[in-house]
Design a protein around this ligand. Structure first.
Ligand code: GLA
Length: 733
């Protein structure tokens, strides 16, 4: 049984293949977290917690036996405000008399064969067993339901909380985190992500200190600047060994992921909706559900942690389930033409894709309204007759005639002041009339907390998709939310705006993705400004960054792979000198980096030489043959692009994909900076069958799986910066 309840000790034990998560109903009903880590046989851990849980200035909890225990010292399963636990609570609520005091105690529980749905929010489906524990506030009757689901084979437990207003009066919820876990000890490195536009998902790894430390977003989107997940890793944990705890949130708006270490060296790991700029009024009978948190523990380092996330997302997260198959190889028009195109130019590009093995052509920004630069027309989703006098149809037909599908760029959540939509509905934007407001890329954000705005977008985009043969939509979002004020909400509900915006967006995406299941939606937000599990649920791949330089992409894609499957990132071969940095890298390197994700090109193919055309045709043929490993294989990070060893070795980066049956694999090594007369280097592979013999095509030789993993592969000396090597492995029978 993945979830067991022991009556005698009132203990819940949630087991996955390799882990256990244990909590208990303590004395008078308080939920007490006991353990999360390697799998344990059924166990009574009460003796671990005998001892002194009371000391000066740690107030004793009146409910505890003998009044001797302090909730400030005990490990909580879902800490609440007003209990004497001065650490960060998971939940806060204000009642009609102004009181914010809570006393949440156990009422009942239910073990379910599978998880109940989480309406209105993206979440994992299925699961091997689910648990709901109902708590109530002793004074007011406010109900809090804690939900858990176990995914045995990926070592994942999900959590979320639901508050039900059973008090008979209005309640204002100020904080409702999805998960909170008190772990023993301070000896962890906190790994989080930071970045900015074109430099997303860089990795921070710092030892925990006492006090509060967090990653968060306050931008109305998960953001380029942070990502909704947090890792606590043992200081010695690396890719292949060491203890790692990780939490991710299936949400695309403001989040908080925090670690708080108290004076007794207990570390409180929390994740959920950011309480900053948030509160929610619940009328009697109403309920509020938090987004879902995905928790995993790995005793085998960060590599296993990532594969746990990849497996559970590809197995259970909305449309990400479709990413177990390779996606189409695209050619995107953005870096080929920017805003400067007409029908003839597009025809030339499309026709020159013939014979290159490209599956789909994407018409990016500039095709609508009268948009010739980024100052106008967002919201006017009808064809720019100045550029395309005959509409989209001839362009779509031209794609089909040349053996490709057609895809289109949209930025539905935005509006330009110079647009018919804005002139008709100036009140549909997020801002306060009469007050100066910010613009980002010259545009304003539509107020998706308003049902009429969401209904309009459902209708407009639905019509575009019904009237045209569109196989793919790139859904962009090119600014964050400022001027957080909605004309659609009463004064006391203004702090609900940013979460209501997300609910409106999810409603819109749910509608469009279910009405148009044949359309592949790709997420984008100035590159990877909203690369999160919430968006992936509807749009299973995301343009990872507006930086298309292969060497910068090494870090961005490595960082992204910590949690998201490589197949969920899109990466394109772009022209050199690179448009963002001016760097010149070999076509081969650009392709090997891009094909380690959802593969495509973003350049003008009419400019290819004969040799380049032949090379591109070889690259797409390789991806058509091997892309199933990127999609459905296991991913192993080998050499980190974040490391510079400083020992005379050239700086590199390497990774590999292995088929689930270990019969096929491909590995990529990219040289960053070469060094003269550098020491010899070996690349040790991972994830292979040690007993098997593998043929490496590029070397024309056979190797033992054990040899490749334990002794390694001698890397040839590469004389030049940015060169790349590919190794294609096939198990010999
Ligand atoms: C954003 C995207 C780019 C491109 C442009 C178009 O920056 O990230 O890929 O689509 O918008 O304006």
């Amino acid at each position: 049984m993945p979830i067991a309840y022991q009556d005698k000790t009132h203990t819940f034990q949630l087991d996955t293949a390799n882990t256990s998560y244990i909590f208990r109903v303590y004395n008078d009903g308080y939920l007490f977290h006991e353990y999360w880590g390697r799998r344990l046989r059924p166990v009574d851990l009460t003796r671990l917690f005998k001892g002194c849980y009371s000391s000066s200035f740690n107030p004793n909890w009146p409910g505890a036996a003998g009044g001797m225990d302090s909730l400030d010292l005990l490990p909580a399963e879902y800490p609440f405000y007003g209990s004497g636990d001065f650490r960060s609570p998971a939940v806060e609520a204000a009642f009609s008399d102004g009181s914010r005091l809570l006393n949440l105690t156990y009422v009942s529980h239910e073990i379910l064969p599978a998880k109940p749905p989480l309406p209105g929010l993206p979440s994992l489906d299925g699961g091997d067993a689910a648990l709901e524990v109902t708590l109530a506030d002793t004074a007011t009757g406010l109900t809090v339901v804690l939900s858990y689901t176990v995914y045995e084979d990926s070592d994942v437990i999900t959590r979320h909380a639901r508050i039900v207003n059973t008090t008979g009066e209005a309640v204002r919820v100020g904080r409702v985190l999805s998960a909170s876990v008190d772990l023993p000890g301070i000896n962890y490195d906190m790994i989080g992500q930071y970045g900015t536009h074109s430099r997303e998902r860089q990795i921070d790894r710092v030892p925990l200190r006492h006090g509060m430390q967090a990653v968060e977003s306050r931008r109305g989107a998960s953001g380029h600047h942070s990502n909704p997940f947090l890792v606590l890793a043992a200081p010695d944990a690396g890719e292949t060994a060491g203890e790692v705890y990780a939490a991710a949130l299936i949400y695309s708006g403001n989040f908080l992921a925090a670690a708080e270490v108290d004076a007794n060296n207990v570390t409180r790991l929390q994740i959920g909706l950011n309480p900053f700029d948030f509160s929610w009024k619940l009328e009697p009978g109403e309920s509020f559900a938090s987004p879902e948190a995905v928790l995993t523990y790995s005793a085998e380092g960060l590599g296993r942690m990532s594969r746990n996330f990849h497996r559970v997302f590809q197995g259970h997260l909305g449309r990400v389930k479709e990413t177990k198959r390779p996606g189409p190889i695209v050619l995107n028009s953005w870096e080929a033409t920017y805003f400067d195109f007409d029908e003839d130019k597009l025809r030339g590009i499309i026709q020159s894709c013939k014979g290159l093995g490209i599956d789909l052509f994407v018409l990016d920004d500039g095709w609508f309204g009268h948009r010739n630069d980024d100052t106008t027309s967002l919201g006017d989703w009808f064809v720019h007759r100045g550029k395309l006098p005959n509409g989209l149809k001839p362009v779509i037909d031209c794609c089909h005639e040349n053996g490709m599908q057609f895809g289109l760029w949209l930025e539905p959540e935005m509006v330009s002041e110079d647009s018919e939509l804005y002139r008709a509905h100036p009140d549909w934007v997020i801002c306060k009339p009469g007050q100066p407001y910010c613009k980002g890329r010259n545009q304003l954000v539509l107020d998706l907390s308003r049902p009429e705005v969401v209904a309009y977008l459902k209708e407009t985009i639905g019509r575009l998709l019904s009237e045209n043969d569109i196989a793919y939509i790139k859904w962009d979002m090119n600014r964050n939310i400022t001027d957080q004020y909605s004309l659609g909400l009463p004064a006391d509900r203004q702090p609900e705006l940013l979460h209501r915006y997300m609910l409106g967006l999810y409603d819109l995406l749910e509608d469009l993705t279910s009405r148009f299941p044949q359309v592949l939606f790709e997420g984008c937000s100035g590159g990877g400004g909203r690369f999160d599990a919430g968006m992936l649920y509807y749009m299973p791949q995301t343009w990872a960054s507006d930086d298309s330089d292969a060497i910068e992409r090494l870090k961005i894609q490595w960082g992204t792979s910590l949690i998201y499957p490589p197949r969920c990132m899109t990466a394109h071969v772009s022209a050199v000198p690179n448009h963002q940095l001016g760097r010149v890298t070999p076509l081969r390197t650009r392709a090997l980096v891009a094909m380690s994700a959802s593969f495509g090109y973003e350049l003008d193919p009419t400019a290819f030489s004969k040799e380049e055309r032949a090379e591109v045709a070889e690259q797409t043929a390789y991806y058509h043959a091997m892309g199933d490993l990127v999609a459905g294989g296991d991913f192993f990070r080998l050499v980190s692009p974040f490391e510079a060893k400083g020992n005379g070795e050239a700086e590199g980066a390497a990774w590999m994909f292995v088929s689930p049956d270990q019969s096929r694999a491909f590995a990529v090594y990219v040289q960053r900076l070469a060094v003269p007369a550098g020491p010899p280097r070996r690349l040790r592979l991972r994830g292979l069958d040690p007993q098997a013999v593998y043929r490496i095509d590029e070397l024309g030789a056979d190797f033992g799986g054990d040899e490749l993993m334990y002794a390694g592969l001698a890397l040839p000396n590469q004389a030049k910066d940015f060169e790349a090597l590919r190794f294609t492995l096939t198990k010999k029978v």
